[in-house]
Design a protein around this ligand. Structure first.
Ligand code: UDP
Ligand code: MG
Length: 319
């Protein structure tokens, strides 16, 4: 069986309004490449008509391959399933809401043909987003870059092209709490960015509320660094160092009759502060242990209700 040259994968969560527009836009762009392509749509447990629309599109055009999840597993897992079912020599991850203009794919393919294995899209401008989203997004990238040890390019999302070699490595990384941008940067290879203008959502509203953003940030930090664990060590050394100086000072003051450190308030504050630091450290430890536990259970990353026939899956993808 011959596999298509390019795979486009788009995660779909309640996108009934955007799907009928996404397909023709992708088709128009991909026809310009003069190569075979496929569009893998992953329905991440949508409650609307997304599944029906996906099936209709697949019936019209066999290049559309629907993967339908049994429930909502989250955007990063949906994209992972897309990578598992993709068969192309180059794979493009794109949002289904048309915030990532499909036309940029052509620029990515050009870079891929020059020999780059990861081509990520850099958001040079964004339209139609609130200042709050822009502010939190910028904070997110800065924080991740400071704390983690992978060099994640600034202002990039999951919109990117990955060479088959990269997809194969990423498919072997079965971590449950996934941060795909970090993973695709961690693998190395030749990477380059292309600039684009991030459009406003075509229809509907964001499925990434603050809660999900925070979870992604936390997954990114815990997935790529021990820094939060080390914080306990640092504060421990700081508090111990402080007390080494404070003990002789307080003893001296007491002996010379000073009333400076008298009263319960000083003790209470110190106890509360250290109690707080200890509980936070325990909590952070708990976060890492919880992730270890999730990983140890070894459950599948996702469950599909409907997926392409296994005989039509690139067998090298299956971990
Ligand atoms: N998405 C998903 N599962 C989710 C949330 C989002 O598959 O639990 C999809 C969504 O349909 C879209 C993409 O992920 O194609 C990006 O989501 P969204 O546009 O809501 O995020 P934003 O662009 O606002 O950050
Ligand atoms: Mg969006």
């Amino acid at each position: 069986m011959s596999f298509p040259k390019f795979s486009i994968i788009a995660p779909v969560y309640n996108e009934e309004q955007t799907l009928p527009v996404l397909y023709p836009r992708i088709k128009e762009v991909m026809e310009q490449t003069g190569e075979d392509w496929e569009l893998v749509l992953i329905n991440d447990g949508s409650a609307d008509r997304s599944s029906e629309i996906m099936r209709e599109l697949a019936a019209q055009d066999p290049r559309v391959r629907p993967v339908i999840f049994a429930r909502n597993f989250g955007h990063q897992i949906a994209v992972t399933a897309g990578l598992d079912f993709s068969r192309g020599e180059a794979v493009v991850i794109i949002d289904a809401d048309l915030q990532d203009p499909p036309e940029v794919i052509l620029q990515m393919i050009e870079k891929w043909r020059e020999g780059y294995e990861v081509v990520y899209a850099v958001r040079a401008e964004r339209e139609g987003e609130t200042w709050f989203k822009l502010f939190t997004a910028s904070l997110f990238y800065r924080l991740i870059r400071k704390i983690t040890d992978v060099n994640i390019p600034m202002d990039t999302g999951d919109f990117r092209l990955l060479d088959r070699k990269v997809v194969q490595v990423m498919n072997q990384m079965r971590e449950r709490h996934r941060f795909l941008r970090g993973m695709s940067s961690w693998v190395g290879f030749n990477q380059i960015g292309v600039n684009y203008r991030r459009a406003a959502r075509y229809a509907g509203e964001t499925k990434y509320p603050l809660k999900k953003m925070l979870k992604l940030t936390w997954d990114a930090i815990t997935g790529f660094s021990y820094f939060p664990l080390q914080l306990a060590t640092y504060t421990g050394f700081f508090a111990a160092g402080l007390s080494i100086f404070a003990i002789p000072l307080v003893a001296y003051l007491r002996l010379t009759g000073s009333q400076f450190f008298f009263g319960q308030a000083t003790t209470l504050i110190a106890v509360l502060f250290l109690g707080g630091v200890q509980l936070i450290s325990l909590g952070i430890l708990g976060e890492y242990i919880g992730r270890l536990y999730d990983q140890a259970k070894g459950r599948p990353l996702y469950i599909t209700r409907e997926a392409p026939d296994m005989r039509e899956v690139n067998i090298e993808n299956v971990p």
